[in-house]
Write a new protein. Structure first.
Length: 277
């Protein structure tokens, strides 16, 4: 589907698998399942080490090696690097029988550590900023940022030849504007909404709402490092996004139950919110 002009393909169920792909950017958010669209992702941003978010890294890397797409770059919290590398090494070893020749079974991958506060350029005006989230283990989220040059207000309406002369004279006629295109916290308690205000202003927010209803209440969600639907509803007026995607729902709930809960809730989020299962 397209959200605020940005195509996003993916799936997310708590404890099962999470992966979102932005095909236009050849970028994936987490790799809990290697979907058809994710195969083309040259950049993968990993939020934390739970299997439903990292379990398909080997498959993704192996597929790209098999078809000659070149290694993807996987950005992740620093403590995950040795574990992911060991997993890749083990996968290579399982494909190679000792003393038996044959084709190379290397699984190419570039693993890069990043941490909250880091800003990484992806080229062509696109970058991501890392922020801390609040889960049951070290975790982090990502802001995908587009940097644009915008004509300064005082030059708007000026004739083209005059602007050309200013440019030739070395005058800086542009302001640099940053637009947060996508915000993705991954698995987190709702406290991240208080510590990262940019989540409310991104064009598209992909945010977990793992639990809902009274049987699995707010305390139940917080103990497990997750967010409850009610925590979004009480902050409804704060969301200035063009689109909010609520996802990572518990497998306890059917798709119909989830959609009914969101559709029948009386809150201002409803016109901009989507449910992705």
């Amino acid at each position: 589907m397209s959200y605020a002009g940005i195509e996003i393909v993916g799936t997310s169920r708590s404890g099962v698998a999470t992966c979102f792909t932005l095909p236009a950017y050849k970028l994936a958010l987490d790799m809990g399942v290697c979907t058809k669209e994710a195969r083309n992702a040259k950049t993968v941003l990993i939020t934390h080490g739970h299997p439903d978010h990292v379990g398909a890294i080997v498959q993704h890397a192996a597929y790209r090696g098999l078809v000659g797409s070149g290694p993807a770059t996987y950005y992740m919290p620093p403590h995950l690097i040795p574990h992911v590398q060991a997993t890749l090494d083990a996968a290579e070893a399982m494909q190679t029988a000792e003393g038996v020749g044959g084709r190379d079974h290397a699984i190419p991958a570039v693993l890069v550590a990043c941490a909250p506060g880091d800003v990484v350029s992806l080229g062509k005006g696109l970058s991501f900023r890392v922020f801390k989230t609040d889960h049951t283990l070290p975790s982090q989220g990502y802001l995908l940022i587009r940097t644009k040059r915008k004509l300064k207000a005082k030059y708007i309406g000026m004739a083209g030849p005059e602007i050309g002369k200013l440019r030739q004279s070395g005058t800086d006629i542009h302001d640099v504007v940053e637009v947060i295109e996508v915000a993705y916290p991954g698995d987190t308690r709702a406290t991240v909404l208080d510590t990262v205000p940019e989540l409310f202003t991104a064009k598209v927010l992909i945010m977990e709402a793992t639990f809902m209803g009274t049987e699995h209440d707010l305390e139940f969600a917080r103990e497990r490092g997750h967010t409850h639907l009610d925590e979004h509803l009480k902050r409804a007026a704060d969301y200035k996004n063009e689109a909010v995607i609520l996802t990572h729902w518990s497998a306890r709930y059917s798709g119909k139950d989830i959609c009914d809960a969101v559709e029948t809730a009386e809150h201002p989020l409803r016109p901009i919110v989507s449910v992705l299962l």
